[in-house]
Design a protein around this ligand. Structure first.
Ligand code: C2E
Ligand code: MG
Ligand code: MG
Length: 538
């Protein structure tokens, strides 16, 4: 083609483009601006030519760049744009002759005002582009659906302004752990979507997700508090899990939902059996209604070992469900269903009574020195007559109330802190002990502890799990222990599995450990023999 004709055609293409296109020289002066750009900033061509681009936008310093920027129009309106900067260099000399700036303006605002991340609208167009590009180049990419665990809780308890601050910090941390080349979008309240291109395959994506999850082991600082927030991630991959935007997002979404159900703070891959979960749930619910009358529940007991005295001081009662048709179903699966259906009230009551009778039975077998810890669910705790229920179980079973410990979680207290203090005080007056379970997950403020009539904190397993490899877990465990001791509280470390973990726990001066290293939960019938073997009962 004749050079002059080709140049005319290219110029026409630039003029017709729906994207704003601007060419600038080495000095940042505008050499060319197309009508889309001019229309948006509200100037004529002759008014901008040779004018400096920084009147409208602060350009990134990199030669080649893409991302979100703000452009200011003549009317001082600001708009976020998707900007791509390409530099054309004179061959060999590395000196920039021209830069091509492509601005994509959006009808609706493309940016989330809170986090300054591109929003759902931008995600859609970016995802379409990536699908087209990957199809053409025969490459793959991943969609990550990221949701904060228990964000609603932070929002409800600390208020929206803290919730907003947290979201901003979360956005920063995500961007940091993802790396600038890949893109993060805020698509809803506490929902983010990340597109990972340049991935070599599934293993590569998993590696990146693990890096993101790891970034959340460090707590966030909000005002004077430390908040430990985790994320659940669902991943789908183009082209294996779908080849259009909607399918890729929805399969990643349901994978994320499964990650939540499995206990949060983890990721799940997309797969096709999306409906299996809902069905399974319904089946479990139906069986659960009959479990108590059919006598399908049992309680196992896991010993707690005092490190100073080197002896077993108590057991945690852990509910077990042996369903004849379905087999053994773990509490992590049926407790949430029991809570949603309200079945947790009669079930919880049964556990409480059974555990107290157990204390009596062990006494008859010569075991006097151990207490039993019972997990209490939010619904039980929020019952108007909760304190009376506890009193009547104690009366009925005639146990020494000091031998009963109730495990509650931070969530129950934060709900209504004054009401919680009053309930806990009444329980303490009755003589039962109170411990805070899973401490360090969800809402974590050490400061509110000092106002609470509690005896023990149980440091969550997630801190112990990597205490020998993760400095943050080690530091947090030590910090929690020090503060708890200042407040005269006992500290139990949960989930100690190995000798290494135990030695770190000892160094951070926790008082008591519970975990597979010493013993798995054991059936009630084996407890007395177990204690005999440990020479703790004659
Ligand atoms: P939890 O109260 O934090 O109980 C500790 C859980 O950690 C138990 O799981 C225990 O088996 C497990 N565990 C203990 N040591 C180790 C270890 O070294 N490594 C690992 N990987 N795990 C360890 P389990 O029995 O599956 O119970 C799960 C959760 O279900 C409990 O967590 C508790 O929140 C709930 N739960 C259990 N029984 C009851 C109950 O009677 N009522 C209520 N409301 N919740 C219960
Ligand atoms: Mg517990
Ligand atoms: Mg626990």
């Amino acid at each position: 083609m004749n050079v002059a004709i080709a140049a005319d055609i290219y110029k026409e293409a630039l003029i017709q483009s729906h994207d704003g296109i601007v060419l600038i020289n080495k000095l940042g002066e505008i050499e060319f601006a197309n009508p889309t750009f001019l229309q948006w900033i509200g100037l004529e061509e002759k008014e901008v030519i040779k004018g400096n681009i920084n009147r409208f936008i602060t350009l990134p310093t990199s030669k080649n760049w893409k991302g979100v920027m703000e452009v200011t129009s003549m009317k001082r309106e600001k708009q976020s744009v998707w900007l791509v900067v390409n530099s054309i260099e004179r061959k060999g000399e590395g000196e920039i002759d021209l830069q091509i700036l492509t601005f994509r303006f959006f009808q609706k605002s493309g940016l989330d005002p809170l986090t300054k991340l591109p929003n759902r609208y931008m995600l859609q167009s970016r995802l379409d582009e990536m699908i087209a590009c990957s199809f053409y180049h025969d490459t793959c990419f991943a969609v990550l659906f990221i949701d904060l665990d228990r964000f609603k809780f932070v929002n409800d308890t600390l208020g929206h302004s803290y919730g907003d601050l947290l979201l901003q910090q979360v956005a920063k941390r995500l961007v940091h752990s993802i790396g600038e080349k890949n893109m993060l979008f805020r698509t809803g309240g506490d929902e983010f979507i990340c597109l990972l291109d340049n991935v070599t395959g599934e293993a590569n994506v998993v590696e990146k997700i693990n890096k993101i999850l790891k970034a959340f082991t460090i707590p966030f600082r909000l005002a004077q508090m430390e908040i430990h927030v985790t994320i659940s991630v669902g991943m789908s991959m183009y082209p294996y899990d779908g080849n259009d935007a909607e399918v890729l997002i929805s399969t990643a979404d349901s994978a994320m939902y499964r990650a939540k159900k499995k206990g949060r703070n983890q990721f799940e891959k997309a797969n096709v059996e999306v409906n299996a979960g809902a069905f399974e749930r319904l089946v479990i619910e139906n069986y659960l209604r009959k479990a108590l009358p059919n006598g399908e529940f049992l309680i196992d007991y896991q010993p707690q070992v005092d490190l100073k005295e080197d002896k077993i001081i108590g057991f945690e009662a852990l509910l077990r469900w042996n369903q004849p048709d379905l087999g053994r179903i773990p509490p992590s699966e049926f407790i949430p269903i029991a809570e949603e259906t309200g079945l947790i009230l009669p079930i919880g009551q049964w556990v409480l009574e059974r555990a107290c009778f157990q204390i009596k039975e062990w006494e008859q077998a010569g075991v006097y020195s151990v207490k039993v810890a019972v997990n209490i669910s939010t619904q039980q705790f929020l019952q108007r007559n909760f304190v009376d229920t506890i009193k009547s179980v104690i009366n009925k079973t005639r146990i020494n109330p000091k031998k009963l410990e109730l495990e509650i979680t931070e969530g129950m207290i934060i709900h209504d802190i004054d009401a919680a203090i009053s309930i806990l005080q009444q329980l303490t007056d009755v003589g039962v002990k109170i411990s805070i379970d899973d401490f360090g997950t969800g809402y974590s403020s050490l400061s509110y502890l000092k106002n609470l009539p509690v005896n023990t904190v149980k440091i969550d397993r997630s801190f112990v799990f990597d205490i020998d490899t993760n400095p943050s877990s080690k530091a947090l465990t030590s910090a929690i222990t020090t503060l708890a001791h200042d407040l005269n509280l006992h500290v139990v470390a949960e989930g100690v599995e190995s000798y290494q973990q135990l030695s770190y726990i000892k160094r951070s001066s926790c008082d008591v450990v519970q975990g597979f290293y010493f013993s798995k939960p054991i059936p009630s019938t084996k407890v007395v023999d177990f204690l005999k073997k440990m020479k703790q009962v004659v």
